[in-house]
Design a protein around this ligand. Structure first.
Ligand SMILES: Nc1ccn([C@@H]2O[C@H](COP(=O)(O)OP(=O)(O)OP(=O)(O)O)[C@@H](O)[C@H]2O)c(=O)n1
Ligand SMILES: C/C(=C\CO)CCC[C@H](C)CCC[C@H](C)CCCC(C)C
Length: 326
């Protein structure tokens, strides 16, 4: 009996070793392909390794390690269960974030109705908080390639909501009270609509894999939002080339937009999505903040809305100066 046990255990050990050898080969090939496809992953300044994936595999795996990608032998076959789990996680996350969006708008409607918050301030606070909280929820989505589309569903549903109410197909006082300047439904079809379209674009194009989207949305939400709040209240000295904008508003946008961008990059780096050389990154975020602030200060009469020009100039500047790729 003992001999049989020894032989059996020896065979199972052999089998396990063969599995591991196969898995290592596949993982090496996959990993090499990845690094060829995405050379910037290898740059010392910015490389991304999603620790949730890493954690998940590490948590479930043992001993097979290729270039810090831990892969469990049999997980390489990706049984349907993994796909189903991701699907459930992403659907749940979308539902949670959509509920959060609804709660935010309703909450500010309530504060405005009770005159606790003035309507313009409500609009700007929703402008600042919506996008930043939306980005802050990105880590709760799964590591699947479809996760970004589930996340983008949230601004998409709000886009439909803005269209339906902006076209007065259905009336919704909550939305109008909390996100319009003068309480006119058609206002929903400008700033707010462009805003959610930018959220969709950055979610799909850059997601949490590239700091370009994070910095662009931080400048649109945090930077542009604070410019209005500070400029309206303290903006006595106007900008020579645009009497509607002030030095206080623009300087506030630069400082707060820069700080929020760095803060969001730090947040995502704590999840391991980015490994950033901070001295190098700070220089480039400052350049993006400067470009976005200058563009925002320009007269917009008949031109692009700030909710389009600010994120777009931030994306282009970040893409060119950081060399980050989607
Ligand atoms: N650099 C800036 C930006 C804004 N403001 C102040 O904030 C007000 C509104 O700014 P604006 O960017 O025009 O915001 P809105 O277009 O009203 O709002 P949104 O961007 O959400 O469409 C301006 O009239 C001005 O009083 C400022 O002083 N300096
Ligand atoms: C007033 C706004 C822009 C004008 O400059 C912002 C409009 C915001 C939308 C009505 C709602 C957007 C919600 C986000 C997509 C999701 C937020 C989720 C979070 C958890 C609150």
């Amino acid at each position: 009996m003992e001999l049989v046990q020894q032989v059996t255990s020896h065979n199972s050990q052999e089998t396990r070793l063969i599995h591991m050898a196969v898995a290592t080969t596949i993982a090496t090939a996959a990993n090499r392909k990845l690094s060829i496809l995405r050379p910037h992953l290898r740059t010392p300044r910015y490389a991304t390794s999603n620790p949730i994936t890493h954690f998940r595999h590490h948590h479930l795996t043992h001993n097979v390690c290729v270039d810090d990608v831990h892969v469990k032998p049999h997980l390489l076959l990706l049984p349907p269960r993994a796909f189903t789990v991701d699907l459930i996680q992403d659907a749940g996350a979308s539902l949670l974030v959509v509920s959060g969006a609804y709660a935010l708008v309703s909450g500010f409607d309530n504060l405005t109705r009770r005159q606790i918050v003035e309507q313009n301030l409500s609009r700007k606070l929703v402008h600042i908080l919506s996008g930043l909280l939306y980005m802050g929820c990105w880590p709760i989505f799964s590591t699947s390639t479809e996760a970004r589309y589930f996340a983008a569903l949230v601004p998409l549903l709000n886009c439909v909501r803005l269209l339906v109410h902006g076209l007065s197909l259905v009336t919704n006082e909550d939305l109008i009270n909390s996100v319009t300047r003068e309480g006119k439904p058609e206002e929903l079809l400008r700033g707010p609509l462009y805003y959610v379209l930018m959220l969709i674009l950055c979610s799909i194009l850059f997601w949490r894999e590239s700091p370009v989207g994070v910095v662009s949305l931080s400048m649109m939400c945090g930077g542009d939002g604070i410019a209005d709040i500070m400029g309206r209240r303290f903006g006595i000295h106007k900008i020579p080339y645009n009497k509607h904008k002030s030095w206080v508003g623009s300087i506030s946008m630069f400082i707060v937009g820069f700080l929020i961008s760095i803060g969001m990059l730090y947040y995502f780096s704590k999840f391991g999505y980015f490994e950033l050389d901070w001295a190098w990154t700070i220089e480039r975020v400052a350049l993006v903040a400067m470009m976005a602030t200058v563009v925002e200060s320009l007269p917009t009469k008949g031109g692009l809305d700030d909710n389009v020009s600010v994120p777009l100039v931030s994306m282009v500047t970040a893409y060119l100066s950081f060399g980050f790729q989607p």
